[in-house]
Design a binder for this molecule. Sequence first.
Ligand code: ATP
Ligand code: MG
Length: 253
Amino acid sequence: MHGLFVTGTDTGCGKTEISLGLMAAVQTTGAKVLGMKPVASGCVRGPDGLRNDDAVRLRAQGSSEAPYGLVNPYAFAPPIAPHIAAGEAGIEIRLPTIEQAYRALAGEADQVIVEGVGGWRVPLGPNLFVSDIPGALGLPVILVVGMKLGCINHALLTVESIQNTGGVLLGWVANQVDPTMLSRDANLATLAALIDAPCLGVLPWLEAPTPSELAGYLHPELTDLQPRHAAKLATIQTRTETRSETRTGKRRA
Ligand SMILES: Nc1ncnc2c1ncn2[C@@H]1O[C@H](COP(=O)(O)OP(=O)(O)OP(=O)(O)O)[C@@H](O)[C@H]1O
Ligand SMILES: [Mg+2]
């Protein structure tokens, strides 16, 4: 196990900021960390090819200089849904390519923080969703809840979907993207009561968030969850295997 997959309730909920904060938090322990944004739309063409701002920031926060193509193997210019951007570019987004890039990064670091694109059920192609990535990489998931009106519904639907699609939800982080949000604490209490996973950080709206400032609001356990990840994943994997054996057995019978 070499990291975490960061998903969110929506685009713009704070996944990049929280990923950078997580990287900074891990770096305070002396561990080497790299960031990854496997799929990005909204890229700008420069002398070295397409570049995405999230991927550039995650790469810059890394403990060593990783090749851009490993940090962001799929980069598309238009700021549109990734499966549409990929279709327009005539490119098929493939899990093995993402896995290969991830393994190369994981070989150079103690942890890789992988930022998703948009929310959990964003399509990446006809038969591929963002929700397929963490399972393929063997990574547990952190859900960033962008605190604003409507976030409870988005958060609960996302949690349900993570559970139904076999994701391992380590916990959630509340991130105040709307500085004027009313009744924030009551919303937080509702989320805490209804989400069956720990709250691992409550981030206020910050004037100019920096990774190390963000890290200060994250639960210290987030930098040291490896044994617990492994135990939890092992249980889930065993359950999945048992389920698929049962299904296969039924089909054979
Ligand atoms: N706690 C915060 N305080 C102030 N600004 C924030 C906070 N969290 C996020 N922002 C700002 O909100 C915007 C969206 O955040 P961010 O880019 O991290 O979202 P995202 O989920 O990664 O979006 P995308 O789906 O585009 O990847 C950015 O301008 C970011 O700086
Ligand atoms: Mg982002």
